[in-house]
Write a protein of this length. Structure first.
Length: 108
């Protein structure tokens, strides 16, 4: 945990779609697309963990959005804390894309 990291702070500025012991999924304040944030303040999860995080993100997109995502884990503005965005295949931002509502992700 880094007290100066806004992802570690995990302020609920936008709507959250999921939270568990590994991560949280919420709408990115800047991009208006869902993003998954690893709860560990580090930049390189294992391949297995990265796949799990991306799965959580894809499930949230399927439940709350109506677009086919591509996973973008280029950490542009916060390069010190692993996170990934689910972007629409035909766009970078997601303004106006939210179409669904539904329950939180199931427990594993």
């Amino acid at each position: 945990m880094d007290p100066d990291c806004e992802l570690c702070a995990a302020d609920r500025i936008t709507e959250w779609f999921h939270e568990d012991e590994l991560c949280w999924v919420a709408e990115c304040e800047m991009c208006a697309v869902p993003m998954v944030v690893w709860k560990c303040h580090a930049t390189d999860p294992s391949d297995e963990l990265r796949a799990t995080l991306h799965d959580r993100l894809r499930i949230a997109v399927g439940r709350f959005y109506d677009f086919e995502p591509w996973i973008d884990d280029n950490m542009r503005s916060i390069p010190t804390h692993y996170h990934a965005h689910a972007r629409p295949r035909d766009a970078f931002y997601g303004h106006g894309r939210r179409l669904r509502s539904g329950p939180d992700l199931p427990d594993d």
